[in-house]
Design a protein around this ligand. Structure first.
Ligand SMILES: [Zn+2]
Length: 215
């Protein structure tokens, strides 16, 4: 059996990160995210590209968004270096999906289906310790005492990213850019849709079975 090439799609809060990590462990493949790939290739020479800066690092240090063509190149490098992968957080739009089909063959495309109201509950319920950074959720993993960190007694805060207005805006941006990607794979007949509202174990087992079948 060759090492599986897996693409995991889903909205923010659908559980892609958690499930990708478990899949990577289970099948002994790389968990590839755009963020990690960028950090690992900060000093890649991109001077041959028609870009403003010569390295991804220069964009990051200037506080500017790394252009799509550079992100594409970095993802390509990460996938080429991986012996089997689960790709998480890419492609974010149709152009990237087309690029991806040029550089690799996917064995399975999994979409984690979670309703918007559930996503909003999950994302707005997140709390993080102001002192040590420990993560909590008011509903799914609450601290022993409301608002107080179990680890260090620090105050639990809601990050600006997790307020309801910001969450709804993140979901709107996702829907506008990434829903067409989901549709694209659905039209191609390669999309496997998995109910993402079960327990993390149930969801993992469902994905694992699909990947085992496809690889
Ligand atoms: Zn703490």
């Amino acid at each position: 059996m060759s090492e599986p090439h897996v693409l995991l799609l889903g909205a923010p809060g659908a559980g892609k990160g958690t499930q990708s990590k478990r899949l990577a462990d289970e099948f002994d493949i790389e968990h590839v995210t755009t963020g990690d790939a960028l950090r690992a290739n900060k000093d890649m020479d991109i001077s041959h590209m028609d870009t403003e800066y010569d390295t991804p690092r220069a964009y990051m240090e200037a506080g500017e968004l790394v252009p799509d063509e550079v992100v594409n190149e970095i993802v390509k490098t990460a996938l080429q270096e991986a012996d089997g992968y689960v790709l998480d957080g890419y492609p974010r739009n149709l152009d990237q999906a087309e690029y991806l089909s040029d550089i690799t063959d996917l064995d399975v495309v999994v979409f984690l289906d979670v309703s918007e109201s559930e996503l909003v509950d999950r994302l707005t319920g997140r709390r993080v310790c102001d002192d040590c950074g420990a993560n909590y959720h008011v509903e799914f993993s609450p601290p022993e005492t409301e608002g107080v960190c179990d680890e260090c007694g620090g105050d639990l805060i809601q990050r600006d990213d997790d307020t309801e207005d910001t969450v709804r805006e993140r979901l709107r941006v996702y829907e506008e850019n990434t829903e067409p990607v989901v549709e694209h794979y659905r039209d191609e007949g390669v999309l496997v849709e998995i109910d993402g509202e079960g327990t993390p174990d149930e969801v993992f087992e469902a994905i694992r079975d699909e990947v085992a079948d496809a690889a």
